[in-house]
Design a protein around this ligand. Structure first.
Ligand code: PMP
Length: 460
């Protein structure tokens, strides 16, 4: 995609252009469509009697005694100043400061969906990155990291005991949410091309008559945690097609979207790809700035059909009122200073950083475990998912649990056995290794130590 002032620099420039010949204008679903998707909890939540009235304060001339907002004259902060990297010259820094009205906003209670200017910045980001017009029935809300949004979205959709479709292996951070809801976890296998959509089809086609159907499918489409896989466009299209045929929503948990470093053009997100279908509004997308700005800031947002995002907001207004205004103000000052071009220059640098880390790790894997492990090369994210050939006989599926948890750890290597990411905890020879932090020297030393353990294991 060309970059000019009318069409700003944009992550989609590395995206596949394959589109169906016929251009269609997809229609958003009407709000009633979501009634069957909302959980009983979500339907019963009532707006907070005070927060719901906040917009009334904006009427010019109104004198408000409404909210218990503390008087900022008594806040001890005079200004907030920090320095950020200049995305075009990474060795230089740019000063940023938050003062005046922006400082008052940063220190005060704010809207449930986030500071309006930041929310708007993210909406325009989604328009640029995913080609979605804001008129298509979706909205966005800002949370305390994407985990906060994922947890609230699941609670807004799933009733206790409901079935839910999840990819396997799956991000271990969602399993406790599902188990607290006593969900029936319906696993869909994945391979090096992402979700095995054929398996998903056969699960749905053979769904027992009369049994409640799953309302949602949870997936991490780029650089999946833990499998490292990025789903191909074909697989994504098939999953979307199944969502239409079997009437379910797609929970697109995408913290590694900006960490795509594959050689092939980037496949579109589900949120973008649903533009190919006649109706839009099946995808709820979770973005995270943890990997691109800072994990400690806890900055994430959910984008999707208005009724579902409204339900998340109601939950937020009950649970924690809003995300931190201060963190949002810092994020806003930073992204406004950088602009979209600067933001995308930064995320490209982040992706390149992790590509180098991936290459370093893979080279070391080849050197030390070439004859002891099998893997597919990740094109995004920060994880290697490799199968240990624990037994000399490759047909025997080993179990990495004890070997990784005890023997490797005793030999000075810490990683996670694959069983942690399998919903039913079944045994597997896979291991997840995060390649984000270690130096080349550390990776080589760790994999050398792991080799020692495997040699000992094989020799009995
Ligand atoms: N989803 C996945 C797949 C993750 O890997 C993570 C972070 N480990 C999260 C969600 C949570 O991210 P955040 O820091 O934005 O809450």
């Amino acid at each position: 995609m060309a970059t000019d002032s009318a069409s700003p620099k944009d992550v989609t420039k590395r995206e596949t252009n394959e589109r169906p010949e016929k251009t269609i204008t997809p229609k958003p679903f009407p709000p009633e469509f979501y009634h069957r998707f909302l959980s009983d909890d979500a339907k019963q939540r009532k707006p907070s009697p005070i927060r719901g009235l906040f917009p009334l304060e904006d009427k010019p001339g109104v004198i408000s005694f409404l909210a218990g907002k503390p008087n900022d004259a008594m806040f001890p902060f005079q200004s907030i100043s920090f320095e950020v990297t200049d995305p075009s010259h990474s060795s230089q820094s740019i000063p940023v400061s938050i003062t005046g009205t922006d400082l008052r906003t940063a220190l005060q209670y704010g809207p449930t969906a986030g500071l309006p200017r930041l929310n708007e910045w993210f909406v325009a980001l989604q328009e640029r990155a995913h080609g979605r017009k804001r008129t298509e029935g979706w909205r966005l809300t800002i949370g305390n990291g994407s985990q906060d949004m994922i947890c609230k979205a699941i609670n807004a959709i799933i009733n206790p005991g409901d079935p839910i479709l999840i990819e396997a292996p799956v991000y271990a951070g969602v399993l406790p949410i599902f188990s607290a809801l006593h969900c029936e976890l319906v696993e869909v296998a994945t391979d090096e091309n992402g979700v095995c959509s054929g398996d998903l089809r056969s699960i749905l086609e053979t769904w027992p008559e009369g049994k409640q159907k799953p309302k949602a499918f949870y997936t991490v489409p780029y650089g999946c945690n833990p499998s490292g896989m990025t789903a191909t466009i074909e697989r994504r299209r098939e999953v979307l097609q199944l969502a239409r045929e079997f009437n379910f929503l797609i929970l697109e948990d995408d913290p590694y979207y900006y960490l795509y470093f594959g050689k092939a053009v980037r496949p579109p997100s589900y949120f973008k790809l649903e533009l190919e279908t006649p109706e839009v509004g099946r995808v709820i997308r979770f973005d995270s700035f943890s990997k691109v700005l800072s994990a400690g800031m806890r900055m994430g947002f959910a984008t999707g059909p208005k009724p579902i995002i409204d339900a998340i907001d109601l939950h937020t207004s009950h649970a924690n009122l809003q995300g931190s205004s201060l963190v949002q103000a810092v994020t806003l000052a930073l992204v406004e200073k950088w602009g979209y071009d600067g933001f995308f220059t930064h995320t490209e640098a982040v992706a390149e950083f992790y590509r180098e880390k991936r290459d370093t790790f893979e080279k070391a894997l080849q050197t030390h475990l070439g004859d002891f492990a099998e893997w597919s090369t990740p094109d995004a994210g920060m994880f290697f998912w490799f199968k240990l050939l624990i037994n000399a006989n490759p047909d025997e599926e080993g179990d990495s649990k004890e070997l990784i948890e005890t023997k490797a750890y005793e030999n000075g290597v810490l990683a996670l056995p694959g069983t942690v990411f399998l919903p039913n905890g079944r045994k597997t020879a896979y291991v997840r290794a995060a390649f984000s932090l270690s130096t080349e020297e550390e990776v080589n030393e760790a994999l050398r130590r792991l080799r020692e353990v495997l040699v000992r294991e094989r020799n009995g």
